[in-house]
Design a protein around this ligand. Structure first.
Ligand code: URA
Length: 225
């Protein structure tokens, strides 16, 4: 018999002498108690929202109407990340509800997705006044919130909409046209870069390549046979 078997048999004998046929085992790290189990992502996300919704880490906390946390399915396989709330989003507290959001809804529908199938949020949770570009310091303050959201949801794929989201998550400062044909990894999660729907509204020539990106997303992550 090996020494491990000797030790085990000795331990079992002692245990039997002390406690009869009831076996008492010490709790180890690999034996979680009932209440150690992870809460559902939805519960964790909503309590995270409660923790951060009054954020005033940067000056946008003073000028916003609503903190725009994110919206959709907390168990989603696909998470879309935009730039920052615009006027409508700030008023309603929900991301992508303005013109760009309506276009995104139509694109999602074309690949058989509803808003309730995905989770959608932004790099910044508060609207920059007059829709100016986010400042580097604002992104730096807000990025950990996005990082935690992505960790909690742990989707199959992240889709970044526009350069700001791609640059923030992937630390790549390249023209979008150069980034969009690749799949990157963000903390082990596939990440696909595509155009922001507002860019498609400004420049309809981008609709064709954007549609190719969404077909690729559909064929890679939605068709499972
Ligand atoms: N543009 C974004 O990047 N996010 C929104 O929520 C709305 C418009």
């Amino acid at each position: 018999m090996s020494s491990i078997d000797d030790l085990l048999s000795c331990y079992l004998k002692q245990n039997q002498e002390l406690f009869g046929n009831t076996l008492y085992l010490e709790k180890t790290a690999s034996m979680p108690e009932q209440n150690d189990t992870q809460p559902e992502p939805a519960m964790r996300l909503s309590s995270f929202y409660e923790q951060i919704r009054h954020c005033e880490q940067c000056s946008l906390g003073k000028t916003r109407t609503n903190f725009v946390f994110g919206d959709g399915n907390e168990n989603a396989d696909l998470v879309f990340v935009g730039e920052a709330p615009g006027k409508q989003e700030d008023l309603l507290g929900i991301p992508f509800v303005g013109r760009a959001g309506k276009l995104l809804d139509r694109i999602l529908e074309a690949i058989n997705l509803k808003r309730s199938d995905i989770f959608i949020c932004n790099v910044l949770k508060c609207r920059p006044p007059n829709n100016r570009d986010p400042l580097a310091g604002e992104i730096e303050q807000c990025e950990p919130y996005l990082q935690t959201q992505l960790e909690m949801i742990n989707p199959k794929v992240i889709i970044t909409l526009g350069r700001v989201a791609a640059k923030t998550l992937l630390h790549l400062d390249l023209p979008l046209g150069q980034m969009r044909n690749n799949t990157y990894l963000y903390h082990g999660i596939d990440t696909v870069v595509t155009y922001h729907p507002a860019a498609l509204l400004r420049n309809p020539n981008l609709k064709k390549p954007a549609w190719e990106d969404f077909q690729r997303i559909r064929d890679t992550y939605l068709i499972t046979e």
